[in-house]
Design a protein around this ligand. Structure first.
Ligand code: ATP
Ligand code: MG
Length: 136
């Protein structure tokens, strides 16, 4: 069955959005396979966002991700990668539609609450990076 990696970013954790976000995925019909609250090192955040290392916002993005604990999760279900991205909404909160997580809770692209894998391949890589211990 398809799985995706979802991370509630530090602003989402600090603003008390963990329960709401988990609830949205549960009510949609997806299954929570693994979850942990974790504060990551700079080098780890750089690895997670390695594809964006040439972007001008990369330094700020890494600072943001290491600024506090994040909730790392693996969710399973039919089409969960693409549907998860729809539920999250567009990268820029100004373009994410109301009803999506970013559309409902964010205004800044640099504080956009949540991450979701963008393909089945990147989901596999991200799950291996964040859950090297495997899924119990
Ligand atoms: P994520 O990978 O976090 O789920 P995404 O796939 O929607 O987001 P990416 O292009 O992968 O978007 O960018 C990763 C993250 O980098 C964004 O979620 C956002 O926090 C940050 N980011 C992207 N573009 C910008 C930008 N122009 N200015 C500042 N931060 C940005
Ligand atoms: Mg991305």
């Amino acid at each position: 069955m398809e799985t995706t990696f979802i991370m509630i970013k530090p602003d989402g954790v600090q603003r008390g959005l963990i329960g709401d976000i988990i609830s949205r995925f549960e009510k949609k019909g997806f299954y929570l396979k693994a979850m942990k609250l974790i504060t990551v090192e700079r080098s780890f955040a750089e690895k997670h966002y390695a594809d964006l290392s040439s972007k001008p916002f990369f330094g700020g993005l890494v600072e943001y991700i290491v600024s506090g604990p994040v909730v790392a999760m693996v969710w399973e279900g039919k089409g969960v990668v693409a549907t998860g991205r729809l539920m999250i909404g567009a990268t820029k909160p100004s373009e994410s539609v109301p009803g999506s997580i970013r559309g409902d809770y964010a205004v800044e692209v640099g504080r956009n609450v949540i991450h979701g894998s963008d393909s089945v391949g990147s989901a596999q890589k991200e799950i291996a990076l964040w859950f090297p211990e495997g899924l119990s």
